[in-house]
Ligand binder design. Structure first.
Ligand code: GTP
Length: 428
């Protein structure tokens, strides 16, 4: 039997996702109409013999997370549990801390998935690859290719081209190492805990040495020893040992770090719906709005038939869209009200926000060429060389934009009532 672990991080993570992560934990932010995590859960639940999905993070369990877990358990008919770390233990420390829960029931293997990735999740392919290529107890990293410059923002993998063994692993190198990058999706077996355990013991010894040589007060000693990063602490050491392999996928993949990259991820998932969930894609119907390209509309949204939506638009629950409204490349969150003839391009409109008549809310696309396969890679950057370069426009929750103004390339924090146009600004 198999299990899956999804690393969901915690409130101090995902800072690049502000102001949207003020309202909802980042893993629950809707991408292509469903919470980001649901795409992972759905993919895991489809793998034969998958018995349990564990979410590991350091969020306080709140009503929203609990409700999401209950709904997902019912929908996917699989046990899903949340395990809360007492502190941020890193991508390896969390799974090590909860190793007893992971190995209980005797899974022969388990997946580990970063929550902040958008992917076709080729999990079955990883299993077949492991059987065909890897040594019996080997571990598999999902990899994809990036261009030279982009690769340096990721974990870079040098492989043996014949065997696909990982020979060398460097996290975010400062010079070019390889164009194969780590997708943050792994297939492990319980042997991984021996390797993490070795690092843990070494950390503990280092800590004691520090203590006895009075180098530093180990105030949070246990925490320090248990904080382990899979990428830097484990993969780097395992590379070249005949244990770690890379399965390279040609299917779509991108990270969801910033709010802007959520629009890009939405585009990828909406496109995937043609094969996985055609029922989630809106179509042109008598008496309905004009749809262009891939659009998701929640059934509770109220949309005027003269509105035009798409491509790459997701409309959340209870959204109201008036006559003549134009929306393109945007995510409209629940309860938002887009009044007659307003125009929303390359933007995220926060929960319960209102855009007045004839107003224009616009961002600049982060990836100028949507057909560029490398545009997939987190191209939305808010601060470049220390300078503010807002690209998409983000309205936080409950923002009011008056009629006939233009909000361009700006970020508006929650609960703001604007009274004029803004360009290239963060409105606090
Ligand atoms: P950055 O570019 O600095 O964000 O690094 P990264 O892309 O390597 O991401 P990072 O390692 O910070 O996170 C990868 C995934 O693991 C994300 O889904 C995080 O939410 C999750 N994660 C990171 N740190 C922790 C942790 O301490 N505990 C848990 N449970 N999850 C974590």
């Amino acid at each position: 039997m198999l299990k899956a672990v999804i690393l969901i991080g915690g409130p101090q993570k995902g800072t690049r996702f502000r102001p949207l992560s003020f309202e909802v934990p980042k893993p629950l932010f809707p991408v292509a109409g469903v919470p980001m995590l649901q795409h992972h859960i759905e993919a895991c639940a489809k793998v034969p013999n998958m018995k349990e999905i564990l979410l590991i993070g350091f969020y306080q369990p709140n009503e929203e997370l609990t409700r999401f877990l209950l709904n997902a358990q019912q929908e996917f008919k699989i046990s899903i549990r949340y395990l809360q770390e007492y502190a941020a233990l890193g991508t390896g420390g969390g799974i090590y801390h909860f190793r007893d829960q992971i190995v209980s029931g005797g899974p022969e293997a388990f997946f580990v998935l970063n929550a902040d990735v958008c992917s076709a999740f080729p999990l079955k392919e990883m299993l077949s690859f492991q059987k065909e290529h890897g040594e019996p107890n080997s571990f598999v990293i999902l990899g994809t290719t990036a261009n030279r410059k982009q690769s340096m923002n990721y974990g870079c993998i040098v492989e043996n081209e014949q065997t696909n063994e990982v020979l060398h692993y460097v996290e975010k190198p400062s010079t070019f190492v390889s164009d194969i990058i780590n997708c943050g999706i792994y297939l492990f077996n319980p042997d991984i805990f021996q390797h993490i355990g070795t690092v843990f013991q070494k950390n503990q010894q280092d800590m004691l040495l520090d203590y006895f040589s009075c180098r530093e007060e180990p105030t949070n000693g246990w925490h320090r020893a248990e904080a382990i990063r899979l990428e830097q602490d484990i993969f780097t050491a395992l590379a070249g040992q005949g244990k770690l392999y890379v399965y390279k996928t040609l299917s779509f993949w991108s990270q969801i770090k910033s709010a802007g990259s959520a629009i890009y991820a939405s585009r990828l998932y909406l496109n995937q719906y043609h094969t996985t969930h055609p029922e989630r894609l809106a179509s042109n119907m008598e008496g309905g709005p004009k749809i262009s390209g891939n659009v998701y509309i929640h059934p509770t949204a109220n949309i005027d038939p003269t509105a035009m939506l798409g491509p790459n638009v997701s409309i959340g629950t209870g959204v109201t869209i008036g006559a003549g409204v134009r929306v393109r490349e945007s995510i409209i969150l629940h309860g938002a009200n887009l009044q007659d003839h307003c125009c929303v391009l390359n933007s995220i409109v926060g929960w319960d926000s209102t855009i007045g008549k004839w107003a224009r809310v616009e961002g600049t696309p982060s990836d100028p060429n949507p057909n560029d396969p490398y545009a997939k890679i987190d191209s939305e950057t808010l601060f470049r060389d220390g300078k503010l370069t807002p690209s998409i426009t983000i309205l936080g929750c409950n923002v009011t934009i008056p009629s006939e103004v233009i909000i361009l390339n700006s970020i508006v924090l929650p609960h703001k009532d604007l009274n004029r146009s803004f360009k290239n600004q963060i409105i606090l």
